[in-house]
Design a protein around this ligand. Structure first.
Ligand SMILES: Cc1ncc(C[n+]2csc(CCOP(=O)(O)OP(=O)(O)O)c2C)c(N)n1
Ligand code: SF4
Length: 318
C-alpha cells in the first residue's frame, strides 16, 4: 500500500507539484480545473487518467499542447471509465505474471467526465465498471448541463433550469424533470465508496479522494462544478456559487461506504435559503416571475426533504 500524502495547509496544497498545469482554454472561472487540481494534488501516487469528451478534455488538450503532466487517455465521450478500467486490468495481469519492472508503484486509475458523459451517455459503461469491481475512481464534473456543445439539458439538470433544449419562456419554466440521484444509483452497486464533493470544501475533498484511493475497488465521486457560461454568473463568483450550493444544501456533502453506510460530512452552521442559490444564477431568473414563484417554494421543500432523508439514513446506520 502506498503512503498517503500529508497535506498541512491550503498554501502547501495549492502549490504542490502540478500534474495538471494552469494553462488551458477553459472559461475564466470554470470550476472543472479547480476540481481536477484538488483530486490530483491529493496524492503522490503515479496516475493513469482519462477525460471523456467535454469541456475539460477539449480545453486541456489542444494539439500540440497539453495541460496534463501524467499518463492521460482521451478515448470518447462515453467510455473514459472503461478506458482506465482496461488499463487497470492490464496492470493487474502484468503484475500477476511478474512482468512489471516496478511492481510496487501502485498507480491510481481515474476517469474524469461531465454529467452528460456520466449520468446519460456513459451510464452503462460506468455501471459495468462498478459491477465488475475495477480498482478505479470515476469523478463527475457535475455542471448539470452539456456545456461543451452549447448547454443542452442532461439528466443531472435540475428542475426549473433554463437550457438550450428546455428553455424557459411563455409556455415553459424550463427543465421539467428532477435531477437524477446518481450517487445513490452508483452506491446501489455495492461499491466500497461513493461521495459528493465540492471544490470550496477542499479538506473534505482531500479526505474523500484519499479514502477513495486507499480502498480496493470502484469509487464514484460526484463533484459540483459551477459553470459560469451555462449557469450564468460572473466568473469571479465561482467559489461564492459553490458556497451557496453547499450551504443551501442543494448540493449536500456526504459519503456512502460499502453501498449503504451514509455519513454526512458537512453541516453548514448557517443554512442559506435555496432562494439565494437560485437568485445568483441567470438560468433560474424566470423563477422569480409571479407565475413561477411557487417553484421556488417547491425547490426549498425538495431540498429540505432530501436533507431529512440523508439525516435519517445516517442515523439508521444501515
Ligand atoms: C457519442 C457522442 N455523442 C455526442 C458527442 C458530442 N459531444 C461532445 S462534448 C458533449 C457534451 C459534454 O457534456 P458533459 O459530459 O456534461 O461535459 P461538459 O462539457 O458539460 O463538461 C457532446 C454532446 C460526442 N462527442 N460523442
Ligand atoms: S462552458 Fe462551463 S464547463 Fe465549459 S469551460 Fe466554460 S465554464 Fe467550464
Amino acid at each position: 500500500m502506498s503512503e498517503m500524502k500529508k497535506i498541512k495547509n491550503l498554501k502547501e496544497f495549492s502549490t504542490s507539484a502540478d500534474r495538471f498545469e494552469g494553462a488551458n482554454l477553459l472559461c475564466p472561472g470554470c470550476a472543472h480545473s479547480i476540481i481536477v487540481r484538488e483530486v490530483l494534488n491529493a496524492t503522490n501516487d503515479d496516475l493513469v487518467l482519462s477525460a471523456s469528451t467535454g469541456c475539460l478534455e477539449v480545453c486541456t488538450a489542444v494539439y500540440p499542447y497539453t495541460s496534463w503532466d501524467a499518463s492521460w487517455i482521451h478515448i470518447g465521450f462515453e467510455n473514459g471509465s472503461t478506458a482506465v478500467a482496461g488499463a487497470e486490468a492490464m496492470y493487474k495481469a502484468l503484475k500477476t505474471k511478474g512482468r512489471l519492472k516496478q511492481p510496487d508503484r501502485n498507480p491510481k486509475f481515474v476517469s474524469f467526465a461531465g454529467d452528460g458523459a456520466s449520468y446519460d451517455i456513459g451510464f452503462q459503461w460506468i455501471s459495468g465498471c462498478m459491477e465488475r469491481g475495477h480498482n478505479i475512481m470515476h469523478v463527475v464534473l457535475d455542471n448539470e448541463v452539456y456545456a461543451n456543445t452549447g448547454g443542452q439539458r442532461s439528466s443531472s439538470t435540475p428542475i426549473g433550469g433554463s437550457n438550450t433544449t428546455t428553455p424557459a419562456g411563455r409556455v415553459s419554466y424550463g427543465e421539467k424533470q428532477n435531477k437524477k440521484d446518481m450517487v445513490a444509483i452508483m452506491a446501489a452497486h455495492g461499491i466500497p465508496y461513493s461521495a459528493q464533493v465540492a471544490p470550496n470544501k477542499w479538506k473534505d475533498m482531500v479526505k474523500k479522494i484519499q479514502h477513495g484511493f486507499a480502498v480496493d475497488g470502484p469509487v464514484f465521486i460526484n463533484a459540483v462544478s459551477p459553470c459560469t457560461t451555462e449557469w450564468k454568473f460572473d466568473p469571479k463568483d465561482t467559489m461564492m456559487l459553490t458556497d451557496l450550493s453547499t450551504d443551501s444544501l442543494v448540493f449536500p456533502l456526504y459519503e456512502i461506504i460499502d453501498g449503504h453506510e451514509l455519513n454526512i460530512t458537512y453541516r453548514p452552521k448557517n443554512v442559506v435559503p435555496v432562494e439565494e442559490y437560485l437568485a445568483a444564477q441567470g438560468r433560474f431568473k424566470h423563477l422569480f416571475k409571479d407565475e413561477y414563484k411557487y417553484l421556488i417554494k417547491e425547490w426549498q421543500e425538495r431540498v429540505d426533504a432530501n436533507w431529512a432523508y440523508l439525516n435519517r439514513r445516517e442515523e439508521a446506520r444501515v
